[in-house]
Design a protein around this ligand. Structure first.
Ligand code: SF4
Length: 444
């Protein structure tokens, strides 16, 4: 937890020498607490105070990365329990398992199926982020071979799951260049797993039966030189998992309890419906990596949708690029209408225009991702903004008429808009759902 200005002040020399550029040590402490000054600006801070201040300033949760290249993923470094307090930083990494009991064609098909789990939602690509190779065969050779096949068949980040240090060592030897996450070290294997993790510079999952045992084990592994840790509890019911996950997050963020200050991973069991329910709960609270067995699109899409919604910055609405969009194959006589760049608004309008089967142009105006009425009442949508958008889009080169259909909710701006642009303004429907009727009956 960050120190307050007064707590920082207690660690300063209190000589008010002004060398930091501030009139007093207290003023400097206050600026430091607000991150408006740097500790280095005071040349007289003792080494002991520096250490204390650095420790207090360290994020309450470690950032852990695995995978490489474009498919590297990062988890952790969260700072708040509720996204409205600030925002969540690193989305849950959704992972699908591959058993090492599979081989040959069956294994390749499973890998291809996981690779294909990618969808478009409100203009954004969402996809599975990692593959977990699971040592169900009990054989180190089969596990290493399956890990190598996954490496060859997929660019996704990898998690190697086995309780056997021998199996992990065999699989890591084939895949270390892909920086896999190693899962998992338990009390009796911690030393060997930590050595493999350290030697290969791969992050390590630490597993224990209770929160207390987990915090002791994470401290032990950390003191052995492994800093990039991910935590997990041994099999629990979904209810217990949710309770423990919440408790661990509270302890790491609110109490800054460092032994639990790492991201967490959950391995989800059960039939498909149970996996969706348990995974969705743990995406919300507070698993950083969720591993499911199901690779069906009807399981994965809802989970990716939950991730997308939970990890959207609440202060930044999902937006589309402000520009001229074509629906169908419009020509110089096609209708032109405008809407705002709030994703939900744009995709609703686009879908209704599409269902009208009237090829059209939609001019998307930059209103900082707000909807029509919100933008208008906040003066982010006015005649000047629309006139600028018309100019920037070069729409005049695409159509020969000079008619603009505006949303019915902002009919009030039609007069000023006509004056500013010189275009004929047609007031469109208030509700997007009636656009098809409008285009067929009024426009045509
Ligand atoms: S330089 Fe350090 S000791 Fe001097 S006033 Fe600033 S904070 Fe205080």
């Amino acid at each position: 937890m960050a120190l307050s200005g007064l707590e920082i002040f207690k660690l300063l020399p209190k000589t008010n020498c002004k060398e930091c550029g501030k009139p007093t040590c207290l003023a400097f402490a206050m600026q430091l607490a607000q991150k408006k000054a740097k500790l280095e600006d005071c040349p007289h801070v003792s080494e002991d105070a520096k250490e204390k201040l650095a420790a207090a300033a360290a994020p309450p949760m470690q950032l852990v990365k695995f995978g490489n290249g474009d498919n590297e993923v990062q988890v952790g470094r969260e700072t708040v329990l509720f996204r409205h307090e600030e925002k969540f930083y690193n989305p849950t990494v959704l992972t699908v398992t591959v058993s090492d009991k599979l081989s040959g064609e069956e294994l390749n098909k499973r890998i291809e199926k996981i690779n294909s789990l990618e969808f478009e939602r409100v203009g954004q690509q969402i996809k599975v982020n990692a593959i977990a190779v699971v040592n169900e065969s009990g054989s180190s050779e089969k596990f290493a071979a399956a890990a190598q096949s996954v490496k060859q068949g997929s660019e996704l980040a990898m998690i190697l799951c086995s309780d056997s240090p021998e199996a992990i060592e065999a699989a890591v030897s084939k895949t270390s260049d892909r920086v896999p996450l190693i899962a998992s070290a338990k009390e009796d294997t911690a030393e060997q797993m930590a050595k493999i993790s350290k030697d290969n510079k791969c992050p390590l999952v630490v597993k224990a039966p209770s929160i207390e045992a987990l915090s002791q084990l994470s401290e032990k592994v950390k003191s052995g030189g492994v800093e990039n840790l991910v935590l997990t509890l041994e099999d629990k019911s979904p209810r217990e998992s949710l309770y423990n996950s919440t408790r661990m997050r509270v302890l790491s963020l609110r109490k800054v309890f460092r032994p639990l200050g790492y991201p967490t991973i959950s391995f989800i069991q059960g039939d498909e419906s149970e996996q969706v329910a348990a995974a969705a709960s743990l995406i919300c609270k507070y698993s950083n990596i969720v591993v499911v067995d199901a690779a069906e699109p009807e399981v994965i899409l809802p989970l990716l949708t939950v991730v997308m919604n939970i990890f959207t910055d609440p202060q930044k609405p999902v937006q589309v690029e402000p520009k001229l969009y074509s629906v169908g194959e419009p020509d110089e006589n096609s209708p032109l209408m405008f809407t705002t760049n709030f994703s939900l608004t744009y995709y609703t309008v686009e879908s209704d225009v599409e269902s009208s089967r009237v090829a059209s142009y939609i001019l998307v105006v930059d209103t900082e991702g707000t909807s029509v009425l919100t933008a208008y009442s906040g003066d982010k949508l006015n005649e000047k903004v629309v006139a600028d958008a018309i100019k920037k889009s070069n729409v005049e080169e695409h159509i020969k008429h000079r008619k603009l259909i505006i949303p019915g909710y902002v009919a009030v701006m039609s007069g000023k808009l006509e004056e500013t642009t010189g275009w004929e303004v047609m007031v469109g429907p208030r509700e997007s759902a009636t656009i098809p009727k409008y285009l067929k009956e009024v426009w045509q």
